[in-house]
Design a protein around this ligand. Sequence first.
Ligand code: HEM
Ligand SMILES: *[C@@H]1O[C@H](CO)[C@@H](O)[C@H](O)[C@H]1NC(C)=O
Ligand SMILES: *[C@@H]1O[C@H](CO)[C@@H](O)[C@H](O)[C@H]1NC(C)=O
Ligand SMILES: *[C@@H]1O[C@H](CO)[C@@H](O)[C@H](O)[C@H]1NC(C)=O
Ligand SMILES: *[C@@H]1O[C@H](CO)[C@@H](O)[C@H](O)[C@H]1NC(C)=O
Length: 603
Amino acid sequence: MIISSIAFLSLLVFSQAASPCCSNPCQNAGVCVTIGYDHYECDCTRTGYYGENCTTPQFLTWLKVTLKPTPNTVHYILTHFKGIWNIINNIPFLQNTIMGYVLTSRSHLIDSPPTYNSHYGYKSWEAYSNLSYYTRSLPPVGKDCPTPMGVKGKKELPNASMIVERFLLRRTFIPDPQGTNMMFAFFAQHFTHQFFKTDTKRGAAFTKGLGHGVDLNHVYGESLDRQHKLRLKKDGKLKYQILNGEVYPPTVKDTEVEMMYPPHVPEHLRFAVGHEVFGLVPGLMMYATIWLREHNRVCDVIAQEHPEWDDERLFQTARLILIGETIKIVIEDYVQHLSGYHFKLTFDPQLLFNQRFQYQNRIAAEFNTLYHWHPLLPDTFQINKREYNFQQFLYNNSVILEHGISQMVESFTKQIAGRVSGGRNVPAAVFRVAVASIEQSREMRYQSLNEYRKRFTLKPYESFEELTGEKEMSAELESLYGDIDAMELYPGLLVEKPRPGAIFGETMVELGAPFSLKGLMGNAICSPEYWKPSTFGGRVGFEIVNSASLQKLICSNTKDCPFTSFHVLKSKPTETATINVSSNSALEDVNPALLLKERSSEL
Ligand code: HEM
Ligand SMILES: *[C@@H]1O[C@H](CO)[C@@H](O)[C@H](O)[C@H]1NC(C)=O
Ligand SMILES: *[C@@H]1O[C@H](CO)[C@@H](O)[C@H](O)[C@H]1NC(C)=O
Ligand SMILES: *[C@@H]1O[C@H](CO)[C@@H](O)[C@H](O)[C@H]1NC(C)=O
Ligand SMILES: *[C@@H]1O[C@H](CO)[C@@H](O)[C@H](O)[C@H]1NC(C)=O
């Protein structure tokens, strides 16, 4: 009797303890479904594989996998052989074919329509339809699993503050070998905060960014009410004020929109823009000011073409143009810089018109987590011979008025940012942000780094040494996590060995690029019905989109058109760029970035 009840009890405990899906038995994106308490089935439909665990490739899959070069090989080819790429870049057929391939091969890794979220590890209408959630690329680890990573590793994960202290915190500033500058860092923060807007009141699984993509809510406001308060209601423009003879955002008092400022900030420095938190960093407010000026400038251009249009139509058309400009700049300047490719990336929605591609997007929680690029931040911010520490810089809009936008652009273009991967480069000022990234990942029950690598068709790491490429941190990590298959995603991304001469390791790029390109090209304006001149107010507006660049954005909206770029220059920039903004082809010709020798040799 006693024996049988012990047997019964242990059976109960055993069968309820661990779902058989906890061990992630299904490979190659097969879907694990439990059958009763201790059986499972892998759904291998359309994975290209079959068998109990979706491990046997169909012939065509086998052929593809065998012929496909590894991501590191592809990366090597794209970042070397500059001479050959220069030829390919000038043969439109080849350039288009390769660009089309880049876009489709990356975006096919993203489920669209989206599937899971942090509360639903199986498909459900609730997960699909509730836009308040970030979606998930991989379902959360089941709550009944024996360890936080499923079955691998220890019962408890190491203390998050300790992980940050030992592996992520900066000892001395490590500059990015790709030469990324602060112009890039603040663009990254400004641009991504339109779709990474965690609803902290609800928790890390939730977002306030219901547009799930590039909708420029950070310029125009998330709600219609906020938008109307920010609008001038004349000529399509946004409200503004003139200070020192230049255009700046209006104040909170002028607009009655809410902004997050600490109590000590005086009224005249409480600038009001689309995103509530952009008062946090003058770098964010700098970009907010530039985009505000750009909106009002575009309104003037469109109004000249269409004196018959009312305020509403001018506003709406300018917004679409600015969305287009943003995507153009992000692909051709921002991603181009980050990639380090000699292959020229181009923004051309037509490349996808004969592909199967969904014009929709849902921001994933994992995309947000991997974008916590705080190692970009320097120890101090340098603007025109003044040096600000974090305490002097944050929530200090008088920095902007003291220097003006031109001088800020000039200085941020010259200041190098930190390397992101490779470990130990997060500045102490954002220590708590790094801890929060880890704690939120745990709260959302993220799967392991290796499960994410498999999800994005990368080979799982076999050891900590293979992950970091060194011995000291890897030995310590091994003793803390116990098993490479239990290594967490976020700290994994930040300690990963960077690619030679690069800002990121393999995982950051191979996970980040699919989310990024899907989000950019999945925008409604890239769809066949939208992507035509009439959507943008005619040829003139369409041309603004198709000729947009970072340099042009700056020159059109600052008084002395400082030279700019997303990377520092090896040799000193040639003073101020003399760029004729009204002529697009002239811009290409005199852009000093093109004249200066590229940093190709050491990359
Ligand atoms: C002075 C500069 C910066 C400061 C003080 C700062 C601070 C913060 C803080 C306090 C959070 C919220 C953390 C939490 O969830 O509790 C955050 C989130 C975040 N930061 Fe930064 N950050 C800075 C620069 C950057 C830069 C340059 C990037 C570049 C990409 C970046 C990317 C992000 C992202 C993606 C989030 C998540 C946003 C969300 O989920 O709502 N940050 N940062
Ligand atoms: C499938 O995976 C399970 C659990 O990892 C393993 O026990 C089983 O042998 C695998 N089946 C095949 C056919 O490889
Ligand atoms: C989305 O889900 C959350 C959490 O269950 C809930 O509070 C919220 O009301 C849902 N939103 C909608 C629009 O149903
Ligand atoms: C982690 O360690 C820090 C001290 O290093 C401590 O303050 C904190 O409470 C610990 N957190 C947990 C969850 O144990
Ligand atoms: C804010 O910036 C201004 C302008 O450069 C500077 O004079 C001031 O000291 C800064 N404020 C704080 C609190 O550091």
